[in-house]
Design a protein around this ligand. Structure first.
Ligand SMILES: Nc1ncnc2c1ncn2[C@@H]1O[C@H](COP(=O)(O)OP(=O)(O)OP(=O)(O)O)[C@@H](O)[C@H]1O
Ligand SMILES: [Mg+2]
Length: 463
């Protein structure tokens, strides 16, 4: 039973209960209810909340004055593209990402650029002022009206905001409000702090960039309500060791969520990559077995990405499956298809997969290229350097049509590829490129393997 003044809050969905429950009744997750100490809401906070909802008066939709959103360029073109054309004043932007991926670096760069014409406040709860200054010096950033404060109590923020147009909170998990007694980063605190930011943003027209941590599974840490409160939710992804980063919008009230931005992490900071063709391909492709190229659609961009595989004989026990950049379950499924439909057994082989540039391929259109790379590794025959492959693979071994086929073929033509293997059902839409690239339509995975490695070997069912 909870003590007086404490409640149990679900870490997944934020549902509350007066007593401990093994399973959250709201989201159904087990073992997520944690005890939190709460104080009664302060009258001032309650009044402020009331004020937010009671002020507007109902009016006809036709008489509502149309508000144009002012957009301010951030100084990084790719970032503006992801936001839908620039920063909207008075909006709340959440930037999530793995530790060390470069969230603070990106926002420091943006803050410095904005400070040349606007007043910017960097509310640093994780790093000291001198750490932020060190970073700015290292990146050689020019700044003008760049204010910085090192504090963790969000209640002190409002008094610092005079004349400020843009504010960066680094990070939402490190700040707390005095209204609650639970520790910083807890579900209640994150929710309460985000609500306070929303109130300030909407009432004073200040734009907030909020850094958010992600959980081990890659979702934003904290309650789902955090994402609901925000106008825009961005994810910064990529492997830490790799230089390339992808910025993806998962929610945007002022733009399209299909936009992605490609960035490179350099010693001069994060720079936007505008010519991204060829950056996810290796120099040595075509020489070693186990590599295949696929035109992958990320957001609304199409990029040729190389998938590399390595197989080695399992020396002991169960074979290992280690996919980097592709889903584990997808790999296991495709290995089963290759074994059953194409007579390529992997049961005594360890399989390692790596997607170049540390990007994540999670669209079904990459299935066929993954099969091609695996088959190439199994046969120990390299795939021709100028061949690209795409298509979705079904459990029966059939190759299904995919979306954006035309765009993918176009990208292959642009990159100088000479042959593209694709689903037969996509043939109609891409037939017009036949004079510029050799288009090979396939119905089954087996036919793709025969196209790549010649007829006669491999056996299995022929389709
Ligand atoms: N002195 C340095 N020289 C070059 N690169 C550096 C240097 N210091 C840090 N970096 C790069 O910056 C990255 C860290 O960036 P940053 O602190 O912005 O990440 P973050 O996402 O804010 O991390 P956290 O979640 O810990 O706050 C490092 O992974 C490293 O690649
Ligand atoms: Mg940081």
């Amino acid at each position: 039973m909870a003590k007086n003044g404490t409640i149990f809050v679900c870490a997944e969905c934020g549902a509350t209960s007066p007593r401990w429950l093994g399973r959250c009744p709201a989201c159904g997750k087990f073992n997520t209810m944690a005890e939190e100490a709460v104080k009664d809401e302060k009258p001032a906070a309650a009044k402020a909340r009331g004020g937010l909802y009671s002020a507007p008066r109902a009016q006809r939709l036709t008489s509502v004055k149309f508000e144009r959103y002012d957009r301010t360029p951030s100084g990084i073109s790719e970032f503006d593209t992801v936001l839908g054309g620039g920063i909207v004043s008075g909006s709340l932007v959440l930037l999530g990402g793995d530790p060390g991926i470069g969230k603070s670096t990106l926002l420091t760069q943006i803050a410095a650029h904005l400070s040349l014409e606007h007043r910017v406040l960097y509310f640093s709860a994780e790093e000291s002022c001198s750490q932020v200054k060190m970073r700015a010096e290292r990146l050689n950033l020019e700044s003008e009206d760049f204010l910085i404060v090192n504090d963790t109590c969000i209640d002190n923020l409002e008094s610092e905001l005079d004349g400020v147009e843009f504010c960066i909170i680094d990070s939402i998990q490190a700040v707390y409000t005095d209204d609650l007694t639970s520790s910083a980063g807890s579900v209640g605190q994150v929710r309460e702090c985000a609500t306070k930011l929303m109130r300030i943003a909407k009432s004073r027209g200040i734009t907030f960039f909020v850094v958010g941590h992600v959980t081990k599974e890659g979702a934003l840490a904290g309650p789902k309500v955090l994402e609901h409160i925000m106008d825009t939710v961005l994810y910064f992804e990529g492997e830490n060791q790799e230089n390339y980063r992808i910025l993806r919008a998962v929610k945007n009230r002022f733009g399209n969520v299909s936009e992605v931005g490609v960035f490179e992490m350099t010693d001069r900071g994060i720079i936007a990559v505008t010519d991204y063709s060829g950056i996810f391909l290796s120099e040595s492709r075509g020489q070693e077995a186990g590599c295949a190229v696929t035109p992958a659609q990320t957001g609304n961009r199409c990029m040729n990405v190389e998938i590399q595989t390595l197989i080695s004989r399992t020396s002991f026990g169960q074979p290992r499956r280690m996919p980097l950049g592709v889903d584990y379950n997808k790999l296991v499924l495709l290995l089963a298809v290759l074994e059953k439909r194409c007579s390529l057994p992997f049961c005594s082989h360890d399989v390692y997969i790596n997607v170049m540039g540390g990007i994540k391929l999670n669209e079904p259109a990459c299935d066929l290229a993954l099969c091609a790379a695996l088959a190439s590794a199994h046969r120990d025959i390299p795939i021709d350097k100028y061949t690209a492959v795409f298509g979705e693979v079904g459990l029966t071994g059939e190759v299904r049509a995919v979306s954006y086929a035309e765009k993918r073929v176009q990208e292959c033509v642009k990159m100088g590829f000479r042959r593209v293997i694709l689903p037969a059902k996509n043939m109609k839409s891409v037939a017009k490129y036949a004079d510029r690239i050799n288009i090979v339509p396939v119905l089954y995975v087996n036919s793709m393997i025969k196209t790549l490695f010649g007829k006669g070997d491999g056996g299995g069912e022929t389709h």
